[in-house]
Design a protein. Structure first.
Length: 197
């Protein structure tokens, strides 16, 4: 920018690099990069083969053993022999069987329903559930329904039984759960029955 009445100021110093210095720096950088790349790409290229130095062979497993063997006609060679790994066998344990007493409690409950024995069915319910059992029987599993266990599972503390059969003249399926009582027996905790589709 120039101002009237003031002489123009010009930069009197030139910031140029001599071409010989720039070429020398460029050649040095290229040589250094080539040296580093070769050093990482081919490790050991700086070692002479006639020195007799054997580099360790990286192992891929702890069971690898190496035994160096050398012959007079060639520099040192390393032969790697690997031992076989033992086979791993997986044992599948069968699912634990539900307690027979729990399955029997569910079977007895369904038999009382099929035989229209309301008092007998309610008597098999757990104490805390007896007051709700009368309404549940009327709404979900009316007396006279023919339902049987199709599959049962569980632990030592409870049994979960899948059931299927006929309720109100229609195909139905659902679940019945029995819990272990303090005396070692089982009582019916709850059940859920719905129309089969």
């Amino acid at each position: 920018m120039s101002y009237p009445g003031l002489p123009d100021q010009q930069n009197t110093q030139s910031s140029t690099v001599k071409p010989g210095v720039a070429i020398g720096i460029l050649v040095a950088v290229i040589a250094l990069v080539a040296f580093c790349v070769t050093g990482f790409a081919a490790p050991g290229f700086l070692l002479r083969e006639s020195a007799g130095i054997s580099l360790p062979v990286p192992s891929s497993s702890p069971a690898t053993t190496s035994s160096p063997t050398s012959s007079p006609s060639s520099p040192s060679r390393t032969t790697v022999s690997r031992t076989t790994r033992p086979r791993v066998t997986v044992t599948v344990r069968p699912a634990p069987q539900p307690p027979e007493k729990g399955v029997q409690a569910v079977t007895d409950f369904l038999a009382k329903i099929a035989g229209s024995d309301r008092a007998g069915a309610i008597a098999l319910a757990c104490e805390a559930q007896k007051r709700f059992m009368d309404d549940k029987i009327d709404s979900l599993l009316p007396l006279g329904s023919r339902v049987e266990i199709t599959r049962a599972g569980g632990t030592a503390k409870f049994v979960l039984a899948d059931v299927a059969g006929v309720v109100k003249g229609r195909s139905a399926r659902g679940t019945v759960i029995a819990d272990r009582t303090e005396d070692g027996g089982f009582c019916i905790t709850t059940f859920s029955i719905r129309e089969a589709r």
